[in-house]
Design a protein around this ligand. Structure first.
Ligand code: FAD
Ligand code: SF4
Ligand code: SF4
Length: 480
């Protein structure tokens, strides 16, 4: 057993084993293996136990990272799990898909010169060990309370809130328009980053603990928002953002030019055994095709890597800035490169070519000019630089905006920002409507799973305070 800490001076960073690109190109299994217990202990022992741990400061959940690394190094896994689960509802999910290079690990002080502690992989290992040993349970309330909360959206924000509220003993019902619970964890993020069974075992625990899931229930269509408000004492909006941004270019309406999320949902649904006619017909299937993905974020990386696994003939990513200015995780970009994706940096689409179906993309070279108001270098067109790329399938992965929520829910008094996201009070998630909270992407715009978990937990704590006050007021009234 390794107990000596600060071993980073003589122990190099080692991540869990990564499956060779040639093997992983052919399936949707996760690309990293589990840490063995020995390797996890050794890697955790590299932590220097900083007095001011910047890793913790830069984790949106402020996880107690140094303490659980120390416990792991000492082999005290049950205590390590108690700590990881105290601040994070789904540590095994964050350990897999947080962009750690931008969050905890990117801010680890030993990153400079020694390479960071492998925080995400240890967090995953702790929780997988807990699952193996049967230490993970769903919420187990000490008291049952009369009040109920209705949650619209079963993504990470909604599920994190459901977990906290059920622990307090409230009746919790989650409504989702999809046939499965999990939001983008199920139908957005591909299995090679997060296997579906990892999400489903969590929703099973929540259901076993009494959380009621209403799937295939589109709020605003199958049930009105007013009915939900009447049924529940508090309502949480956790509906995410789903309106894919479009491209303004000739030919964008051709067959074969499709939204990234439609493509990813079809792939995930098929992988789960569902029957997706647009996949079977080839419309949303990259097999044998020249695929061009437009965009440089995480969604674009998920599309290119999915296309590789579906057996595309060639996969090209077209991005208008350079590699250093990509918005997504650099690690994901390097995995895509290992898997054979071709990148055309500093390139943008000018037109989509073809009669009915897309046959090619006319692209133009870009260069980076002056910074914009956010400090990002503005791409500018290089004159006379057009070129053609063959394409039978073009995926538009340019980000997402919220759907018009106040209209869908017929709630004109719900305050939204100029971007269409829901306005909430700082840290509590309260909206302008009485008894209604909001959390996750519908508040922040397209963001990260770890932030959705944080928002869901915060909103649930605020709902708890509200419902406790309501219960006190009702009791006072009843006792005269
Ligand atoms: P969602 O996960 O979007 O869940 C919202 C839920 O609300 C959905 O299930 C939806 O069906 C439901 N819903 C919406 N409207 C209604 C309605 N009217 N009635 C009933 N139900 C409704 N983040 C990371 O941290 N790491 C990653 O690697 C990563 N990869 C990503 C890859 C892709 C392709 C995408 C699109 C996103 C990725 N993200 C990643 C971002 C992350 O998935 C989101 O930030 C996160 O899921 C937001 O959680 P949420 O609960 O707010 O919303
Ligand atoms: Fe790092 Fe994410 Fe875990 Fe926080 S939740 S410690 S950011 S992997
Ligand atoms: Fe350990 Fe790095 Fe965090 Fe310091 S910053 S406590 S070395 S993980």
């Amino acid at each position: 057993m390794t107990t000596e800490l600060l071993s980073f001076v003589y122990t190099p960073q080692q991540r869990p084993d990564k499956r060779p690109a040639e093997r992983r190109r052919t399936d949707f299994g996760e690309i990293f293996d589990e840490f063995s217990p020995d390797r996890a202990e050794v890697q955790a022992s590299r932590c220097s136990q900083c007095g001011i741990p910047f890793c913790q400061v830069h984790c949106p959940l402020h996880n107690n990272i140094p303490d659980w690394l120390k416990l792991t190094a000492e082999g005290r896994m049950d205590e390590a799990y108690e700590l990881t689960s105290a601040t994070n509802t789904f540590p095994e999910i964050c350990g897999r898909i947080c962009p750690q290079d931008r969050l905890c690990e990117g801010n680890c002080v030993i990153e400079k010169g020694f390479e960071s502690v492998t925080i995400g992989a240890v967090e995953r290992h702790i929780t997988e060990t807990a699952f193996e040993n049967g230490w993970v349970t769903g919420p187990q309330p000490l008291v049952e309370r009369d009040h109920s909360a209705g949650i619209v959206g079963g993504g990470p924000a909604g599920l994190a809130a459901a977990d906290v509220l059920r622990r307090y003993g409230y009746k919790v019902e989650v409504y989702d328009r999809h046939d499965r619970i999990g939001g983008l964890l199920i139908y957005g993020i591909p299995g090679f980053k997060l296997e579906k069974s990892v999400v489903e075992r969590r929703t099973t625990l929540l259901a076993q603990s009494g959380v009621v899931f209403h799937t295939s229930t589109d709020v605003g269509r199958d049930i009105s928002f007013a009915d939900l408000q009447a049924k529940h004492d508090a309502v949480l909006l956790a509906t995410g953002v789903y309106q894919g941004r479009d491209i303004k270019a000739p030919g964008v309406g051709l067959q074969g030019v499709v939204a990234a999320l439609d493509y990813l949902i079809a792939s995930n649904r098929t992988g789960l055994g569902g029957d997706v006619p647009a996949f079977t017909s080839g419309e949303l299937n990259a097999a044998g095709k020249n695929v061009v993905v437009i965009g440089g974020g995480d969604t674009a990386m998920d599309c290119v890597r999915t296309a590789v696994r579906q057996g595309a003939k060639a996969v090209t990513c077209l991005y208008r800035r350079d590699r250093n200015n990509m918005p997504g995780s650099q690690r994901e970009v390097s995995y895509a490169m290992e898997e054979g994706v071709h990148f055309e940096f500093l390139s943008a689409p000018e037109a989509f070519l073809g009669d009915d179906r897309v046959e090619g993309v006319r692209a133009v070279r870009m260069r980076l000019g002056e910074p914009d108001e956010e400090g990002r270098l503005r791409p500018q067109v290089v004159p006379d630089s057009t070129y053609r790329i063959e394409a039978d399938l073009v995926l538009k992965a340019l980000g997402f905006d919220p759907e018009p929520i106040a209209e869908t829910f017929e709630t004109p008094d719900l305050d939204v920002t100029r971007w269409g996201t829901v306005k909430t009070a700082f840290l509590t998630g309260e909206t302008s409507l009485d008894g209604v909270w909001a959390a996750g992407d519908i508040v922040r715009g397209a963001s990260l799973v770890v932030w959705a978990i944080r928002d869901g937990r915060d909103a649930a704590e605020s709902i708890h305070l509200h419902l406790e006050a309501l219960a006190d007021a009702e009791q006072l009234q009843a006792t005269g």
